[in-house]
Design a protein around this ligand. Sequence first.
Ligand SMILES: Nc1ncnc2c1ncn2[C@@H]1O[C@H](COP(=O)(O)OP(=O)(O)O)[C@@H](O)[C@H]1O
Ligand SMILES: C=C(OP(=O)(O)O)C(=O)O
Ligand SMILES: [Mn+2]
Length: 532
Amino acid sequence: MNRLYASMDGVEIQCSKIHYNLPIKQLIDVAVEKEGCVIASNGALCVNTGKYTGRSPEDRFIVDTPSVHEHVNWNKGNIPMTKENFDKLFSKVLDYIKSKEVFLFDGFVGADKEYRMPIRVINEFAFQNLFSQQMFIKPKKEELENFQPEFTVFAVPGLQADPAVDGTRSEVFIVLNFEKKVVLIGGTKYCGEIKKSIFTVMNYLLPFKGVLPMHCSANMGKNGDVTLFFGLSGTGKTTLSADDDRKLIGDDEHGWTDKGVFNFEGGCYAKCIKLSKENEPQIWGAIREGALLENVVIHEVTGEPDYDDDRYTENTRAAFPVEHIDNAVLEGMGGIPKTIIFLTADATGVLPPISRLTKEQAMYHFMSGYTSKLAGTERGIVDPKATFSACFGAPFMLHRPQVYAQLLGEKIDKYNVKVFLVNTGWASGSYGIGSRMKLKYTRAMVRAAINGDLDNVEYITDPIFHLAIPKECPNVPNLVLNPPNTWYSIDEYYRKANSLAESFRSNFRQFKDVPESILIGEPEKMLEEYII
Ligand SMILES: Nc1ncnc2c1ncn2[C@@H]1O[C@H](COP(=O)(O)OP(=O)(O)O)[C@@H](O)[C@H]1O
Ligand SMILES: C=C(OP(=O)(O)O)C(=O)O
Ligand SMILES: [Mn+2]
């Protein structure tokens, strides 16, 4: 019998065998031999996660302990669990692994040594441990001596909760306990739960240290200029931050300190539905030996991935270490951001593909977090669904949005950061109802915003959202830039735009005591004649 300590406060766990930070190659071998995984022709390990191919936000609980009670923004996403129920579930998990071989990863989250957190991830399956090793920050050999995890994740997909006994909603559970410093994940094999639960832990802890945690990707130009791309799942953080001309810092989770930004992770987690070498060469090239493909259809004979096949899910994924991206910043740190891009995948075809925001508008849009949930990332989402996700990452933010917004506002102010809103979602009218903004146009707009090409062009201000829309942008047809131009019917455009404006206003009513200056960022009241 093997024994080890699960976390600093000395919970002892036992299991039949522990595979401790196993080399990647060995994990791959076990996954193929014992877990039904296959190797694709590009060398990546492929797993099918079965019933769950996206996150289960309704099954994510926060243990309601005294120290977190007043800080957590309890809402339909931050669901409390009692200490008693947690203790029962924790015993179940500990019992469950007693007879199992487990795969253990000790490493770090947070590239900045001042703020990094040592974590331990205990996985039931080797493929999950491959994910953990590639996604988090690998320790140096000497860092493993006297390693003390500050948080421990138990990810045991084979253990299902019993809602009647365990106080869960279904057999799936993702439970965060800040007192015990433990995360429990069961009933689901979807790897995204592992990274996003640790992200959520960081998002809770860092504001207490004056650090702003952000759901954003980050990259750096040749002169060291940093850009952040905020956005909810599927809006383009990973795709747009992987750019031949810029060095990738990280694709999903960062912290912003007085020194600059740092990646929480050591890997990327790219969506790969309809992935092509032509449109996303860096991500294409990163999917090789050492990468994990989730729910991608693999040709039985040739072993080739078919990225167009969505038979298991739209939310097909590739996980790989940042080193797989050619020009990544391996230390995962950069300076103070110069440009911030808010990504929104607007399903209504109303928001302009790019607009410049004032500081007040930036605060308004950050707190609103308007976008669409895209198919597959969360259980039950099939078509794009308009949503307001505060801080562009509500499911992962435990504090009230104002806590994060205030930190961001101070930084935008202090460093005079340029902020743009980029709609990577649906365009309408002559560019085809239902089709998404062309990636090559979005890339051109982002590039122009970063390079300063939009600093000296003429802008128009749209009458409803008061967004400043550039009249021209290199490598983008002028017509595309202003949405009313792209609709067949201008009346229809205004109807939709007014109705979206009203959604913004009604969503914002949840926020109390918002300074007048931020409310200036609010869209106009809906015109009576367009109320439908
Ligand atoms: N105009 C566009 N901008 C960004 N991504 C786009 C665009 N059009 C289509 N896409 C696709 O949308 C997906 C964006 O996903 P991803 O970058 O992984 O999002 P995130 O990292 O924010 O979750 C990719 O599959 C990408 O190919
Ligand atoms: C992995 C996820 O996020 P993203 O699409 O932002 O990478 C997720 O939301 O499950
Ligand atoms: Mn991503």
